[in-house]
Structures are given as structure tokens and as C-alpha cells.
Design a protein around this ligand. Sequence first.
Ligand SMILES: *Cc1c(COP(=O)(O)O)cnc(C)c1O
Length: 366
Amino acid sequence: MIPIAKPLIGSEEINAIADVIKSGMIAQGQRVEKFESLFAELCGTEFAVAVNSGTAALHAALKASGVKHGDEVITTPFTFIATANTILMQGAKPVFADIDEATFNISPEKIQQKVGKKTKAIVTVDLYGHLCDYDKIGEIAKDKSLIVIEDACQSVNAEYNGKKSGSFGDIAGFSFYATKNITCGEGGAITTNNREYAENARLFRQHGRASMRQYEHTELGYNYRMTDISAAMLLEQLKKLELITKRRIENAEYLSKGLSKIKGIKVPVVKKGYKHVFHQYTIKVEDSFKLNRDELAKHLNKKGIGCSVYYPKPLHLYNHFKRLGYKSGDFPVAEKLSRQVISLPVYPQLEKEQLNRIVDAFGELE
Ligand SMILES: *Cc1c(COP(=O)(O)O)cnc(C)c1O
């Protein structure tokens, strides 16, 4: 079986983690600090704050930038549920805006239509590793004085015009979950150029505790700290990031070369000026294809090829968002794509023979 995802882990990670365990200092410490400084450098931001998941990173980013009860936050319905759940966790209301059919990302025109008196922020999601249209989104945000929060959980190392993911908005959240492009099992980080936001996030990750004063808690916070065990693994993963990114891009190009010839299959689009890092390689199965999307998934599984649907249900159709007044038909593009998309293996260790097997499994159907 070719799995849908596989982390690139070697003896480097194992040894680095063993060193931390042997040192006896296993919670948040020097490795976390070192990771933060290297991660900020990678993203081209002044600050990075490490936390223990992407969800924690988004929650901290919302809190740190001042999103609070009663605010409205515009975001995409076509994403992982954490994007909008964290908005609810801050007591704010997610206001969904439909997506662009080509890139799967939130449409700037649709954002514009949703801005109202209560709108405080926009949470963009760089879905599958392709950055959003930050030129247009930045203009809207500037015009309406809105905060831009990047959900960069899938886009580490992605670029637009030479600028890196995590540096476009006012603050960004990353995930280092096991399937993400770099991982420590569970982990996350925020990046920002705003010193106050970075300090707020540091308070938030440890019960509102001012850094040096042991029991000075200035406000409510959580325990969102990363451990040095995780940071040690991430420091090794960072060294491999260029290789990981390059291999994902090459694998995606190879798959697209084979699959673009197949009628009814639409391969991923990479817009001019963008570096797509292919957290997922996601195709669209159109009506003119022999099988529908779910039948294709079954066929691939039978052939020993892992595949998965990200995401089968747009967020506005889950009960806890429906309660806000959303219904089927509200976001036609997201709803259509949720029936058409399927993601194929694209992880760095894939070999030519395996990539050929994936392409051939489509050819057999013609
Ligand atoms: C993975 C992911 C998250 C959540 O990250 P966790 O580390 O799993 O908490 C949030 N948003 C998007 C778009 C993601 O892909």
C-alpha cells in the first residue's frame, strides 16, 4: 500500500530526541527558543512563538491580535475545522466567504461582500500549500482596518513573489502535526512582526504568566507550551525542509504530467509568481470522468494506493456552524468542490515506480 502521507524521519531526529531525554530537561527550554529564532528567520518575520498544536497557534493568533467576544471574523468554509473552531473559542463569529474555484482559496471578492460593522479580522487559509491572493486581501484589510491572520498550517516554506508564508498577514499560525510538511507529531507556532502580538501569544501559552515572574498571572491563558523534545525534532526537520519542499514539488509535477492528459481530471493549478509546497496534491474529478469521486477512491484503494478527501463537508454544514444560520446552498463553489476533490500521495520519499503506479491506475479506466 502506498500511504497518503509519510513523515520523513531518520536517525537525526531520533538522536536529537534521545539527547533531550538524557539531559533531564524535557519541557519548554533552550531548544524551543532556538527553534523559534530559526523559524522566524525562515519565514522572514521578527518573531515566532512555538506552541503545542496548530489549533493552539490559531487560537493564540486570534487572542494575541485582539479578536474577542462579539467580533466577526471572515474565513473560508473549505478548510480543516480548527480554522473556524478557534474563532468560536475566542467567542467571535465565523462569517464564511466562498472560495475561488481554481486555487481552492478564499475569494477576495467574496470577502469584500462580507465585511460589515462588526468585522474585526480575516483568517485566510493557504489550502494544500498554495498561498492566498495576499495583494488583494491586504488591500481590503487596509481599506477596512481589518487584521489578517494567516492559517499557514499547510503552507510552510510556500512563497509569493519571493516572500514566505507566515509573513503576509499581521500574524500567522503553523501546524507541525504528523502529516504536515515538517512535523514533531503535534506542534505549532505563530509568526508576526508585531512585538505586542508576540508578547501576547507568549502570555497566552502559559496561563497569562508574565515571563520572568513565577506566579504573576496577568490574565487568562492556557497551557499551550511546546516541549524541548518536540523542538529538538523540529530543529532536525528544518534542516530537511528544502529537500522536503523540492521533492514534493517534483512529485506533484510528475503526477500532473501524467494525469493532465486524462479526460475529466483537473490537476492542481499553480498561479504565476507562487511557489506551491504541495502539502496535498489535490485533483478535481469532474462529471466527464468515468467514475465519480467516491468510486475513484475505492478503485485507488483496491490498487493499493492511499488517497483521501480534504474536505468532504464544508464547515457551514456542521451542526455547530449551522446554528449560526448557515444552510446548504450558501457557498456553492465550496460545496461543489467538496464533492469533486481527492488528494493523492505526494510525500518526499515516493519513488518513480510508485508515482507511475498512481498514474497507471487512472489510465486503466480509459
Ligand atoms: C492541520 C491544520 C490545522 C490544525 O493543526 P493541528 O496541529 O492539527 O491542531 C488548522 N488548519 C489547517 C488548515 C490545518 O491543515
